[in-house]
Design a protein around this ligand. Structure first.
Ligand SMILES: Nc1ncnc2c1ncn2[C@@H]1O[C@H](COP(=O)(O)OP(=O)(O)OP(=O)(O)O)[C@@H](O)[C@H]1O
Ligand SMILES: O=c1ccn([C@@H]2O[C@H](COP(=O)(O)O)[C@@H](O)[C@H]2O)c(=O)[nH]1
Length: 261
């Protein structure tokens, strides 16, 4: 049911067609943008390149400018991943806690970049961190999004053994986003990893079931099961391609669409 009451707690969730009647030229009213932590490194080996943050802030500002509500989940792969720490000998749950804290650091850095560009934003964390960031609360998040604030959902799901892809899909479903937009270092989903295989073939569109059956590594299988069960579309695109984010949000063909098929 479209939200016709203007009650911020009634989900946005309008299909693309119904939102076209509003002032925004966007195909979507509310998106959940998943940013790769690794991509924040830019040309560096580790950490955060402020130039990447500033460029992303600019692109996010363009979306806010056309009336799109933006929730963001940032990965932590530029700092720590629990599985890698575990391979190096650390307890897995401790490593996952470090990975989740890394996502909070990335979210704080992105908020800083957004605010320097005069884009109102808030960081919420799945792990309580009084005095640093607000604890995640779904109803507050929806209110912030409805009022036009960019909301950065940090600390993943708050639980070990998950990833920020799953967190992004979970938050998208919870706040009733229209789509998960996964910004990554490749320009879509291929039949095999395009970084490792020069002959990989790109999909324009892919069903959830095909993505699961073929175990295509661009997104973890838990996340794909979640979006499939809640019929949440996902678009995977290249975050290094200028204007690609704006283009896909206004209905352009960018990357790969994963949906019911
Ligand atoms: N079939 C596939 N199609 C496209 N990319 C693939 C595929 N299989 C593996 N990949 C790899 O998945 C990567 C995309 O994941 P991404 O960089 O977003 O990492 P992540 O683990 O989600 O993010 P983070 O860096 O935040 O941990 C691409 O860089 C690509 O090399
Ligand atoms: O719900 C979650 C989300 C993440 N983690 C840990 O954080 C790192 C970084 O996230 P990426 O998705 O890999 O960028 C991840 O490797 C996990 O160790 C988590 O435990 N729970």
């Amino acid at each position: 049911m479209p939200n016709e009451t203007n009650d911020p707690l009634i989900p946005a969730g309008q299909p693309a067609e119904s939102s076209k009647s509003s002032a925004t030229p966007s195909s979507y009213r509310r998106i959940l943008l998943k940013l790769s932590g690794e991509a924040l490194m830019g040309d560096h080996e580790f950490g955060i390149d402020p130039k990447v943050l500033d460029r992303m802030a600019l692109e996010i500002g363009q979306l806010v400018g056309i009336g799109v509500q933006v929730g963001i989940v940032i990965g932590g792969g530029n700092l720590f991943r629990g599985a890698a720490l575990n391979e190096a000998g650390m307890d897995r749950v401790t490593g996952d806690h470090m990975g989740m804290l890394a996502t909070v650091m990335n979210a704080l850095a992105m908020r800083d970049a957004l605010e320097r560009s005069n884009i109102r934003s808030r960081v919420m964390s799945a792990i309580q961190m009084s005095g640093v960031v607000e604890h995640y609360d779904r109803r507050s998040a929806i209110r912030y999004l409805t009022s036009g604030d960019v909301v950065l959902f940090s600390a993943g799901t708050g639980n070990p053994f998950f990833t920020t892809d799953s967190a992004a899909c979970l938050r998208a479903i919870e706040v009733d986003a229209d789509v998960v937009v996964k910004a990554t270092k490749v320009d879509g989903v291929y039949d095999k990893d395009p970084v490792k295989h020069a002959d990989a073939v790109k999909y324009e569109q892919l069903s959830y079931d095909d993505a699961l059956e073929q175990k295509l590594g661009v997104m973890d299988l838990t996340a794909i099961c979640l979006v499939r069960d809640h019929n949440m579309p996902v678009r995977v695109f290249d975050m290094n391609k200028p204007e690609a984010l704006l283009n896909l949000v206004v209905g352009g063909r960018e990357g790969t669409l994963i949906n019911r098929g």
